[in-house]
Design a protein around this ligand. Structure first.
Ligand code: DAH
Length: 340
């Protein structure tokens, strides 16, 4: 009995000395988990006559010390909270920092406008890979090996023979034709293209193009003209006029290039249009019979038109931007100017 009394005295004195939660936990391990437990267990070693009185007192001691410990730890937690409220005071009256919203890159915004215009004309989006093989990028588009027209595209070849980064979106024409043949086709094929060029204010090694392809049994040059004029007016304004020049691409016959009257000077001549009054917007033509056949379509029965435009060039014309390198330079002062 006297051991229990002295244990109680020691335990309470030590508890009183604890100044933080860690010390309280050490105290608990020492007394409640160890010494008090031992004292309770000791009951079985006593002569039977002493057991009831001892057992009762030991259990009361355990209950009392447990209660003391719990109230001590609760009080300590209160104090810790008060301390942290005092030392880490939060001034809720401070105005918050504005949330900074990102925005879409100007090329993405322009791509989306282009998609919307062609979607209204019934064109679906078809995506094909930026890594191509030589055969699809050139050969099947009517440019066999050593064909001089290949010189129009400065190409990044990979270390794997015959594998390259596409120089234009036109190889997508082959993929879509082979997938959908003999059904009619009306798609646009947007995406990044790559060319091995010196980077200057007018040329970059990567840029977006949007290719268009329509194939059916009675598709004519008039359909091509109609689609392109409708596009130019919705993209650049109702008052736009379009000029068509004959041109050459290996995958179209006949081939054309399409100009639009300059959006700055409306044809009078300025620095944007280099005094010509016209801005070149895209290349196009009627799909070459060889290309139709490579896609699986019989040129005696089917015909089609195709076009291809550079997206960054379109953006540059829209906003009179004079340096294409701005697009991928990641300069926020440039990028923030576009859109909301
Ligand atoms: N692929 C051509 C280029 O990158 C652009 C082009 C011209 C695409 C005429 C066409 C087309 O589909 O018919 O220069």
């Amino acid at each position: 009995m006297s051991t229990l009394a002295s244990l109680e005295e020691r335990a309470l004195a030590d508890l009183h000395d604890c100044t933080d939660e860690a010390a309280l936990r050490v105290w608990k391990t020492r007394y409640l988990n160890d010494e008090v437990e031992q004292a309770v267990k000791k009951v079985s070693t006593l002569p039977p006559a002493e057991r009831p009185a001892y057992g009762k007192q030991a259990n009361e001691l355990k209950k009392k010390l447990t209660a003391e410990y719990e109230s001590a730890i609760a009080a300590e937690k209160e104090r810790a909270l008060a301390r942290s409220l005092a030392s880490e005071a939060l001034d809720v009256t401070l105005p918050s920092r504005p949330a900074r919203r990102g925005r879409l890159h100007v090329s993405t915004q322009t791509l989306r406008s282009i998609y919307a215009i062609f979607a209204d004309m019934g064109f679906q989006i078809y995506r094909s890979s930026e890594v191509e093989d030589d055969e699809t990028n050139f050969g099947l588009l009517n440019m066999p090996e050593h064909h001089p027209a290949r010189d129009m595209w400065d190409t990044f070849y990979t270390t794997k023979p015959g594998v390259l980064l596409r120089t234009h979106t036109s190889p997508g024409q082959i993929h879509v034709m082979r997938e959908l043949c003999p059904r009619p086709i009306r798609v646009i094929l947007p995406g990044m293209c790559y060319r091995y060029e010196a980077i200057t204010t007018r040329s970059e090694i990567m840029f977006h193009q949007v290719e268009g392809l329509a194939i059916g049994e009675r598709v004519t040059m008039a359909d091509l003209k109609g689609a392109l004029i409708a596009f130019a007016r919705r993209m650049f304004g109702d008052e736009r006029t379009v000029r068509i020049r004959s041109s050459y691409f290996p995958f179209t016959e006949p081939s054309i290039e399409v100009d639009m009257d300059c959006i700055v000077c409306a044809g009078a001549g300025c620095s944007l249009c280099k005094r010509s009054g016209w801005l070149e917007i895209l290349g196009a033509g009627m799909v070459h019979p060889v290309v139709l056949r490579n896609g699986g379509y019989d040129p005696a029965r089917y015909s089609g038109f195709a076009f291809g435009m550079g997206v960054e060039r379109t953006v540059m014309m829209t906003y009179a931007i004079d340096d294409i390198r701005q697009f991928w330079a990641n300069d926020l002062r440039f990028l923030r100017q576009f859109g909301t």
